[in-house]
Write a protein that binds this ligand. Structure first.
Ligand code: AP5
Ligand code: MG
Length: 215
């Protein structure tokens, strides 16, 4: 199973991707999580990406494509993967198709999650994240057990992302519309797009997602 989760910031790609990958025994590849790990480890990639991420801008395509190419060669991806946050430009989508064709592989589906913009802003202003495992919580709708530490890392205080301020979220939404939304037609025109409403509880969204991936 090789699946892409597509959709704007806050739509639930990370929440749903983590569960889908774990229940299907596939690798979750989140380019955002990989970049945030690189920033916190202060690697050369992290140093290059930090400011762009904090300003809500995209990291250059060649950097991201190289990162995904390497990651998809690791052994845990052999049975497939769930891509969260990649591709998000047409050149990245072309590079993914070329990469898979070189390996005689296909994408099984691209799932577009949709949620109204105001709900996205609300979700992101109350999102909290574990800096160790990147699991996301929500102080309004999905708090951790004690409300401030990660359930899986009880010593670890949850943090808010630098790019989750309202102004940066609105900028990320604008960049999504200009640079990433064209992928909807890109995948629709090749018959690979499935749409799933991202509203409702995470369980309801997951049920719709698994139906879309199966069908
Ligand atoms: P990335 O980390 O990919 O961020 P994003 O696309 O903006 O998406 P988010 O992670 O904000 O949202 P999500 O859809 O995962 O939602 P979540 O499940 O957390 O990218 C960050 C940055 O990295 C980019 O801006 C760019 O700089 C760089 N980057 C990454 N990939 C790149 C690429 N390919 N090319 C170039 N640059 C790249 O849910 C959000 C909140 O809502 C949570 O609190 C959650 O608990 C809650 N929630 C989830 N589902 C529900 C529900 N059904 N009901 C109520 N609340 C819910
Ligand atoms: Mg995410």
């Amino acid at each position: 199973m090789r699946v892409v989760l597509l959709g704007p910031p806050g739509v639930g790609k990370g929440t749903q991707g983590r569960r889908l990958a774990s229940e299907r025994g596939r690798a979750l590849i989140s380019t955002g999580d990989m970049l945030r790990d690189a920033v916190s480890r202060q690697t050369p990639l992290g140093i290059q990406a930090k400011q762009l991420i904090e300003q809500g801008q995209l990291v250059p395509d060649d950097v991201i494509v190289g990162m995904v190419r390497d990651r998809t060669l690791e052994s845990d991806t052999r049975e497939g993967f769930v891509l969260d946050g990649f591709p998000r430009t047409v050149p990245q989508a072309d590079a993914l198709d070329a990469m898979l064709a070189e390996r005689s592989q296909n994408l099984d589906g691209v799932v577009l999650l949709t949620v109204p913009d105001e709900e996205l802003v609300r979700r992101l202003s109350s999102r909290w994240e574990c800096p160790v495992c990147r699991r996301v919580y929500n102080s309004q709708t999905a708090p951790s057990r004690d409300g401030c530490h990660c359930d899986d890392h009880p010593e670890q205080e949850l943090r808010q992302r630098e790019d989750d301020t309202e102004a940066t979220v609105r900028k990320r939404l604008m960049i999504y519309r200009v640079q990433t939304a064209p992928l909807v037609d890109y995948y629709r025109s090749s018959g690979r797009l499935k749409e799933v409403k991202g509203t409702g509880t995470p369980d309801q969204v997951y049920a719709a997602l698994t139906r879309a991936v199966a069908g």
